[in-house]
Ligand binder design. Structure first.
Ligand code: DC
Length: 224
């Protein structure tokens, strides 16, 4: 029987690596809902559709087809997977994802992923709005300083320019946007396991999640 696990939390809390690793270890699909918001924000901004008028946005959205193909995200048939991981798109996604018509347009696509088998879904509202009936829900967070430090190290390790203070400022700003918007703000879903990863390694986080999932779903997660 298929099942859904949700992992919500702010940017840089370690959600993505935890969700990816957990899915891999359980042998199930991974759904990165942030990538979908990033793709739509990129295409809307490139088309110069401002995130102001909901009506105009609704029209623009009706012409956009988003498709998930494994780890790739396609917009109207074009692969944008590489383009959506920039600081500019970080900001654009946070702004465009606050618009009600954007959230509405992307809801069905996210929900539909459940029909392709068990998933670990990660985002800001996957446990509260997209998959309220998920079997196990997590809310992963960490202090803004710990998250900024991780982003800083990640950029340095990739040979990219990095400024710790600017990263911290951007993280605080995104937290404010994502938590204060009217539609589907970032919240701890009811029944979610709350985890602060400030002092945890990636491995410890994944192990914690896996233990909880196996405890909650002993039969579903049995290895064959
Ligand atoms: O997880 P991420 O950083 O890739 O997400 C990018 C932006 O998308 C983030 O600022 C908030 C938004 N988002 C959202 O509003 N709801 C989700 N379920 C996932 C992401």
């Amino acid at each position: 029987m298929s099942y859904v696990i949700t992992i919500d939390g702010p940017a840089g809390a370690g959600k993505s690596s935890a969700a990816k690793d957990t899915a891999e270890k359980l042998g199930i699909n991974y759904l990165d809902t942030g990538a979908i918001y990033r793709a739509i924000a990129l295409i809307l901004s490139q088309s110069e559709v401002k995130p102001i008028d909901d009506e105009i946005m609704r029209e623009a959205l009706s012409d956009i087809q988003i498709e998930l193909r494994g780890k790739a995200v396609l917009v109207n048939g074009f692969d944008v997977t590489g383009e959506i991981r920039t600081p500019e798109v970080d900001e654009l996604a946070s702004v465009y994802s606050a618009v009600p018509s954007v959230r509405k347009a992307l809801l069905a696509l996210q929900k539909e992923q459940e029909n392709h088998g068990s998933i670990v879904a990660e985002g800001r509202d996957v446990g509260s709005v997209v998959f309220p009936n998920a079997k196990v829900k997590f809310f992963i967070t960490a202090s803004p300083e710990a998250r900024a430090e991780r982003r800083y190290k990640e950029r340095i390790s990739k040979g990219r320019p990095a400024d710790y203070d600017a990263i911290l400022k951007a993280i605080i700003e995104r937290d404010r946007n994502d938590s204060s918007r009217e539609v589907s703000p970032l919240t701890v879903p009811e029944g979610a396991v709350y985890l602060d990863t400030s002092d945890m390694t990636e491995e410890e986080t994944v192990q914690f999640i896996l233990n909880k999932v196996k405890e909650a779903l002993p039969y579903e997660t049995q290895t064959k």
